[in-house]
Design a protein around this ligand. Structure first.
Ligand SMILES: O=P(O)(O)OC[C@@H](O)[C@@H](O)c1c[nH]c2ccccc12
Length: 232
């Protein structure tokens, strides 16, 4: 079953999930005093197909942030948190999310099965984050999931440097799962990285820190991505 999150990403001219994350892995503030309303408006003006809201406290998030973003926009929202129980899925629905992060690294195989099925039942897109070939191959019902290769290092709470080579290495296996939407997430540090990943075969990207740091330069950051994608 397709959901609005997956559909929006697949239909997008520029398939970048734009993230709202209060702090990066090193604890540095990313909002720079800007209220959520301003950040959401900037992402909407930039034609974001959907947004990601980090509610996990590691990155300074709260569920109230998601509630507030829901009240500010009609765009499909991904809740980024460490979901481990079915009740977290009910909460995501109550908060108005359309997709939930499921981190393969943190979930036993049986739990991942239960949570993917539970998400689909509730009309949520499972956004399954993977970091190894074994994790990619074990994604259940991948045809109904976004399968997102993370370039970051969850074990170190993203304090270790990102490795974009991982996205390149795992793309073939991700496509082989049958997911309609292979995504590369985390540590994408400029339009050149982003263009390379999309031209290499990813159907979507998830970018947080760099878009937030771009500030008023967001439109030119994205225009440069468009230009590089076309200049094949
Ligand atoms: O800010 P970046 O490097 O563009 O990364 C975004 C995103 O992938 C990252 O926020 C993230 C990856 N896994 C998570 C789990 C929970 C919260 C957040 C995350």
């Amino acid at each position: 079953m397709a959901t609005d999150f997956l559909d929006a990403l697949l239909r997008a001219r520029r398939p970048v999930v734009m993230e709202l994350k209060r702090r990066d892995g090193a604890g540095r503030d990313l909002f720079a005093g800007r209220p959520l309303a301003r950040l959401v408006a900037a992402y909407e003006r930039a034609d974001a197909p959907c947004l990601s809201v980090v509610t996990g406290h590691w990155f300074g998030g709260t569920v109230d942030m998601l509630r507030e973003v829901r009240s500010l926009t009609g765009l499909p929202l991904l809740q980024k948190d460490f979901v481990t129980r079915r009740r977290d899925l009910d909460r995501a629905v109550e908060l108005g999310a359309s997709a939930v992060l499921l981190t393969a690294r943190l979930l036993a195989r049986a739990s991942l099965d239960v949570l993917v099925a539970g998400a689909v039942e509730r009309g949520l897109t499972p956004f399954v984050e993977v970091a190894t070939r074994a994790e990619v191959r074990a994604v259940p019902r991948a045809g109904e999931c976004v399968v997102a290769v993370t370039n970051g290092d969850i074990a170190s709470r993203e304090r270790a440097p990102a490795d974009l080579g991982r996205s390149a290495e795992l793309l073939g296996d991700v496509v082989a799962t049958g997911t309609p939407c292979p995504v590369s997430a985390s540590g994408i540090s400029g339009p050149a990285d982003a263009a390379r990943l999309l031209r290499g075969g990813y159907r979507g990207l998830l970018i947080g820190s760099e878009l937030l740091r771009a500030g008023d330069g967001l439109p030119s950051w994205l225009a440069e991505l468009d230009r590089l994608r076309q200049a094949a």
